[in-house]
Design a binder for this molecule. Structure first.
Ligand SMILES: [Zn+2]
Ligand SMILES: [Zn+2]
Length: 412
């Protein structure tokens, strides 16, 4: 049993609470024909299923499930048939959720073990999650039955049309839900990438604008940033350096924390002395304007790590709050933790170093994101993503600071 299959199964309980055959049909059809559909074929669930010979993705199974799904939609539109279905549907829904889960599990396993055709070949432990999911569907379908029973008692012939409307809404939910479950992580990752691109564009615009606010040094006349600690040419101290915004831009007012101002500059990839921007992904680089060698002082490195570390508890808490909001909370949550506790390390990690962790993290996040829209449970997704990214990039940053030899000696 694969973890991603189980997560997919847990997510499916939401749709099987509404319909028995429609979600089963959509899942089987997506697995059978998904590799012909542009977006679907890139998803982790569909990839490699093409040749997997299982009962669940056979043409016969898809056809029968399709017919039953059609009958089901029709039946739920007729009040008499709807009442008849209400008597039995919590059983049919649980059974179909179980069958679908076993179908997905065997098809996914078949990718790795081509001869494991039937679920009977699986161990007893493999059945446990399937029964857990069936029990969850039974419970959800029972709650739904109680609500629908109340509606149908209040308006037996559905004169108000509420039950009919509800029925169509459930059809859409049961049809789009399983597809969303497969596509959701892809869609979210694309949206996060778009948001990061927009932020990079804004940051660049702000940097261009800041060039025009440079003022001449009172001692030597060199143009310097208002956020600088000192003049890049003569080293004259700036008594009131300007604050730095979240996007690394200089603010029009002085900083209130001059002690940690150099740390804040470094966290935004700017020289801790003259505020000039660094352009390489390397912890050891020399400022083009003032010649300051970044992270060369072990004491500064220690203070820098502590400066970022202190943010972690608050960031985890805020991430949790974002993550508790299904779907909508994911993107601001991810952007927030990236900017506060990941970027300060990530921006200095050479690309070839971050390549492997990047892909390992992506794979994990893909599975986690598939879970985020589940109300309540989704709350842990962004905090886990935040902690995993923070720990891996902090470690890579520290390792690339000391690649074998003490760098302080080399610079001296
Ligand atoms: Zn000067
Ligand atoms: Zn500098």
């Amino acid at each position: 049993m694969l973890v991603s299959t189980f997560i997919q199964g847990l997510g499916s309980t939401g749709f099987f609470g509404s319909r028995a055959f429609l979600p089963a049909f959509i899942t089987a059809a997506a697995m059978r024909y998904g590799h012909h559909v542009p977006l679907l074929k890139d998803s982790g669930m569909i990839q490699g299923l093409e040749g997997a010979p299982t009962w669940f993705t056979s043409e016969w199974c898809v056809l029968i499930l399709g017919l039953l799904a059609g009958l089901e939609i029709a039946a739920t539109k007729v009040p008499e048939a709807r009442q008849l279905l209400a008597e039995v549907d919590k059983y049919s829904k649980s059974v179909m959720a179980l069958v679908t889960y076993m179908g997905v599990a065997t098809a996914s396993d078949a990718r790795f073990i081509q001869d494991n055709l039937m679920p009977q070949a699986a161990g007893l432990l493999d059945f446990f999650p399937a029964f857990l999911i069936a029990a969850a569907v039974f419970w959800i379908a029972s709650v739904r039955g109680a609500v629908m029973g109340f509606l149908s008692d209040a308006d037996e012939d559905d004169d108000a049309g509420v039950q009919g409307l509800f029925s169509w809404a459930e059809d859409v939910w049961a049809l789009a839900g399983p597809l969303l479950l497969i596509l959701f992580p892809l869609l979210m990752i694309a949206l996060i990438a778009a948001a990061i691109g927009i932020i990079a564009l804004i940051r660049w615009r702000l940097a261009v604008r800041e060039e025009k606010t440079k003022t001449p040094c009172p001692s030597c006349g060199t143009m310097r940033y208002q956020a600088a600690m000192a003049c890049p040419s003569c080293g004259l101290k700036n008594t009131a350096p300007h604050a730095i915004g979240a996007l690394g831009q200089g603010k029009p007012y002085p900083t209130t924390d001059i002690d940690r101002h150099p740390l804040r500059l470094a966290s935004k990839k700017r020289c801790p002395v003259c505020a000039t921007r660094f352009d390489r992904r390397d912890p050891h680089q020399t400022c083009a304007a003032c010649g300051h060698v970044l992270f060369n002082d072990p004491d500064f490195v220690k203070r820098y790590l502590g400066y970022i570390d202190r943010r972690v508890p608050l960031v985890v808490l805020v991430s949790l709050l974002f993550s508790l909001v299904p779907v909508v909370g994911l993107i601001p949550g991810v952007i927030y933790y990236r900017m506060t506790i990941v970027a300060p390390f990530r921006q200095y990690v050479p690309l070839h170093r971050s390549f492997l962790i990047k892909w390992a993290i992506r794979l994990l996040f893909f599975v986690l994101i598939a879970f985020q829209w589940v109300p309540g449970l989704g709350g842990f997704v962004v905090p886990v993503m935040a902690i995993v990214s923070y720990v891996s990039y902090r470690t890579t940053f520290r390792n690339s600071l000391n690649p074998g030899e003490p760098s302080a000696a080399a610079a001296a």
